[in-house]
Write a protein that binds this ligand. Structure first.
Ligand code: GCU
Ligand code: CA
Length: 129
């Protein structure tokens, strides 16, 4: 059972606003990042041991694809192209794998175009593969 980390729950940070105007999110809201390069959503994820973990990102995107770097503990480990989900109330999950250290890890979704991130609901981090 993966652990879920909501974008609206500290120590997560959102360079934008926590909104709740598009139904279907988990928890009490989602991160609506500012529409700009580098307006990131960041999560802090504990891991019992180091290794590769599955990372699911739940998001909605009523516009065109919004690419982002996936930065773990300060290092870009992957890129993700958050595709359109068709509307801001249609939520979808994309899966990645990321390297984690034992202890605390920061996972930062860092948009690489001026449109910024999609709306981000939560990340879920699975057991180490
Ligand atoms: C709309 C939508 C927001 C979204 C924004 C965007 O304003 O209501 O939730 O974040 O578009 O383009 O990023
Ligand atoms: Ca936005």
């Amino acid at each position: 059972e993966p652990d879920r980390f909501e974008a609206e729950t500290a120590p997560a940070t959102c360079e934008g606003s926590i909104d709740s105007n598009h139904a279907g999110y988990s928890g009490t809201g989602f991160c609506n990042g500012d529409n700009a390069v580098g307006s990131a959503a960041q999560f802090t994820v504990p891991a019992a041991e180091g290794g590769t973990a599955t990372l699911d990102v739940r998001f909605a995107n009523g516009a065109g694809a919004r690419p982002a770097n996936v930065i773990v503990n300060g290092t870009t480990v992957d890129t993700v192209s958050f595709e359109s989900t068709g509307s801001w109330t249609t939520w979808s999950t994309t899966s990645l794998t990321v390297p984690l250290n034992a202890g605390g890890n920061t996972i930062r979704l860092d948009p690489t175009t001026a449109t910024g991130l999609p709306n981000v609901d939560y990340i879920a981090v699975g057991p180490n593969a």
